[in-house]
Design a protein around this ligand. Structure first.
Ligand code: ZN
Length: 80
């Protein structure tokens, strides 16, 4: 009878340990995924259209004059 009790305790402990290890292993992965998703949302390549020539360029590289967007300084000068 005592043996069965010990086996049950060992079983419960091993289940608990496995669960603990699983959550420990999952945590960094979840963090990584979270970070990656955050990076994705930050790094959105929002394309904008040049008002002068109609060229589509990433918003980061665009020249902005108020609410007008241009692909280059030259095009911005020509429109203004
Ligand atoms: Zn342009």
């Amino acid at each position: 009878m005592g043996r069965i009790f010990i086996y049950l305790v060992l079983l419960a402990v091993s289940f608990y340990v496995v669960k603990l290890i699983k959550t420990r292993l999952d945590e960094p992965l979840k963090k990584l995924k979270k970070d990656a998703s955050v990076d994705d949302s930050d790094d959105t390549n929002n394309m904008v259209r040049c008002l002068h020539c109609g060229l589509h360029i990433p918003e980061k590289e665009a020249i902005k004059q108020g609410d007008k967007v241009f692909c280059s300084l030259e095009h911005a000068r020509r429109e203004l």
